[in-house]
Design a protein around this ligand. Sequence first.
Ligand SMILES: [Zn+2]
Length: 249
Amino acid sequence: MTLRLYAFNCGWFQCRPGFFIDGEEGDYIRSPVPAYLIEHPKGKVLFDTGLGERYRKTPETMMPENKFGLQTLADMEIAARLRGADIDPASINWIVNSHLHADHCGGNPQIPNATIIVQRREFEAAEETDNPALYHASEYDPGHPVKKIDGEYDLFGDGTIRIIPTYGHTPGHQSVIVTLPKGEVLLAADCCYTEANLQRRAMPQFSWDIGEGLKTLDRLKDMEAKGVRILFGHDARQWKSVREAEALD
Ligand SMILES: [Zn+2]
């Protein structure tokens, strides 16, 4: 059985390194806003959908690089990225959202026929938080069927796409372990922004629960020691080695 994993960058996250790791000095960095497509014989799955319309700029209105914020361009958004890879956005069956912040579910409305899979506690947190900069119902709940799960979930029951809870960044953050022919890949998303967060066991200040997040980092460290390859949430350095829109191995 062939499983394929593709990575796409669907926008830019601009901040100083201190946003990711407390006390870190340095100038602004422009980090990717990743989304991943997993092609399984039983269906097509997106892990996160990047930034959407609310953060869309044009080449003329793009923020300067020395400013904090999120932005995307129409041709970077998930529907355009999929079409660029000859994949019809309407053919996607599932969206697994790591969490419901704007840079992870902003493209949900562009994927019309998918069922959204999210941790129940994340969905409830989104409904209870009155801050549209973080959670915006038009993005996390655009009217698609929503499957709310509690904890681990093996998407197709064959162990190839395993959703695991990775709480800390938000109350119901989740990650996915994909089994590729060469080994397992963990799509971490924001339970671990960058490789440096894992190596230094450092949770950012802007976290729902730093203690929970550190427990998650310890589990990631164990997985890494067992040979699991980790793709981090917003890691500009790692992203340079990721081949976009090509099957990863
Ligand atoms: Zn994020």
